[in-house]
Write a protein that binds this ligand. Structure first.
Ligand SMILES: Nc1nc2c(ncn2[C@@H]2O[C@H](COP(=O)(O)OP(=O)(O)O)[C@@H](O)[C@H]2O)c(=O)[nH]1
Ligand SMILES: [Mg+2]
Length: 463
């Protein structure tokens, strides 16, 4: 437990009218402070109606006193350290909902010695008391902020320790190699190295493979957490705004047969198969003298470059002209991993017959007007969002955590290069250390003690 921790209090439920509101306290004085503002609710106990918690984890009805006057019936419960979320003594008071009663109750607790908790302080204490690691602490935020079911599930997976366990596994593999190399550094004279280059490469490759799988799941989880940006781009008048409206099932963007109608970026969120998707309609790409439209086109290009999924819409009922083909070619010059060519207006007589496109490209015929193949397009979008992982294994992480994992992967790739060019064990040891530290930062471990343990546990007793 944290030394000299004070006792913190906060309203844990949302503001506003509701059935109940929950005020939480954590710290050594939680129980005594709560007992000061509660009286027993028992009717035949008039003489001594002081309230005392009986046993932990049992709800009891009590009367909340504000300024020595009864104010509300509350349910109260306490959790005894270390068996609580924060690892400290905790109390929860369930008052009736309504912002005033909860606020007054909190003020009364503060008057009796509690301190107002800082944002995230309960979770921070849980981390500092080793109840959860940093990645789990972040996943609590992921759960609170989840806007879709899949985002919620991916955060719950992290909270349950799935990410931590996988990271710990990889970290232990790195530690193992690190131990072998660092022992070699200390005893270079004439001793056989504990690990030769061949074994080293083999082990590093194995770690990279595991790490890649983990990163794929984290990328999926990150997209689930942030919402994936799906940009609808193309030449003017191909039906981009019509597609946005059709997918949203409402008339959100103006649709006309006048090219250049959409000038700004129009962004709307939808949930597809439990996944939070940000649909982005853009201005049609063309040369223009109109400065407003030109600005819109710049925004469209920017959105296209940053998109998680890129839809290039074409009018299938119209023979593509030289400009159409030119813009199409520019689109195909992008990284095609997450691109789809969408041939719209399939309800009309088809004209785009042979585009001579690269075989690997995804092409789909749809009609924004009749709704033809829109379900198939939605499926395709989801498959692209979760392409490297799967919805069932997404791990809800922050961009910082994802960056740390990628930097670990870079270090490991550099180790392979260092081995090939015989850069020497000092450099390899350094890279291994950086790789390990990246992983530990995700979990919030900041100690080289683990490394020492790993090294010395290999020595025989007495050495
Ligand atoms: N027949 C047919 N017409 C469509 C379809 N989608 C859009 N249109 C028409 O094409 C014109 C341009 O549509 P709009 O959505 O404004 O295109 P944008 O400029 O790409 O946003 C409008 O007259 C739409 O009614 C479709 O699937 N079938
Ligand atoms: Mg439009």
């Amino acid at each position: 437990m944290l030394a000299d921790a004070d006792t913190i209090a906060a309203i844990s439920t949302a503001q506003g009218e509701a059935g109940i509101a929950i005020i939480r306290m954590s710290g050594p004085a939680s129980v005594s402070i709560a007992e000061k503002i509660l009286k027993s609710s028992s009717k035949n106990n008039n003489l001594n109606n002081n309230f005392k918690f009986k046993s932990p984890r049992v709800m009891s009805l009590a009367v909340l006193y504000l300024n020595n006057a009864p104010a509300d019936y509350v349910l109260s419960v306490y959790f005894k350290a270390p068996s609580s979320f924060t690892g400290e003594d905790m109390v929860e008071l369930h008052t009736h909902g309504g912002s005033l009663i909860a606020k007054l109750c909190l003020e009364e607790l503060l008057k009796h010695g509690a301190r107002l908790a800082e944002p995230g302080e309960f979770t921070k204490r849980a981390f500092l008391n080793n109840k959860i690691d940093l990645s789990q602490a972040e996943s609590v935020l992921g759960i609170i902020k989840a806007r879709s079911e899949e985002a919620l599930k991916s955060a719950a997976r992290v909270l349950s320790g799935e990410l931590s366990n996988k990271i710990l596994e990889i970290r232990d593999e790195i530690l193992n190699i690190q131990g072998s190399i660092e022992i070699g550094l200390d005893f270079p004279e004439g001793e056989e190295p504990l690990i030769n280059n061949f074994e080293l490469l083999e082990q590093v490759n194995k770690i990279i493979l595991n790490l890649n799988n983990l990163i794929a799941d984290c990328k999926t989880g990150f997209l689930l957490r942030e919402g994936a940006g799906v940009v609808i781009a193309g030449r003017p008048n191909v039906g981009k705004s019509s597609l946005l409206n059709a997918l949203l099932n409402k008339r959100r963007a103006i649709v006309t047969d006048i090219p250049g109608t959409t000038r700004d970026i129009i962004e709307e969120a939808i949930i597809i198969d439990g996944v939070y998707v940000r649909l982005i309609d853009t201005a049609g790409l063309r040369e223009t003298d109109n400065i407003i439209e030109a600005d819109g086109i710049n925004l469209a290009r920017e959105a296209l470059n940053n998109a998680d999924v890129k839809l290039w819409l074409m009018d299938a009922s119209k023979e593509p002209d030289a400009q159409d083909l030119l813009y199409l070619q520019k689109f195909l010059d992008l990284n095609l991993d997450n691109c789809v060519i969408v041939l719209n207006k399939s309800d009309l007589e088809p004209k785009v017959l042979n585009l001579n496109l690269n075989k690997d490209l995804r092409i789909i015929n749809i009609s924004a007007k009749t709704g033809y193949n829109l379900d198939k397009l939605k499926n395709l979008i989801i498959n692209l969002i979760v392409k490297d992982g799967s919805l069932n294994s997404g791990l809800n992480v922050s961009s910082k955590q994802l960056e740390e994992l990628k930097s670990c992967e870079n270090n490991l790739a550099e180790i392979k290069e260092a081995v090939v060019i015989n850069a020497g064990e000092v450099i390899i040891a350094d890279l291994l250390n950086s790789a390990r530290l990246s992983l530990e930062r995700v979990l919030g471990i900041e100690s080289s003690e683990v490394l020492l343990n790993s090294i010395f546990s290999r020595f025989c007793v007495g050495k």
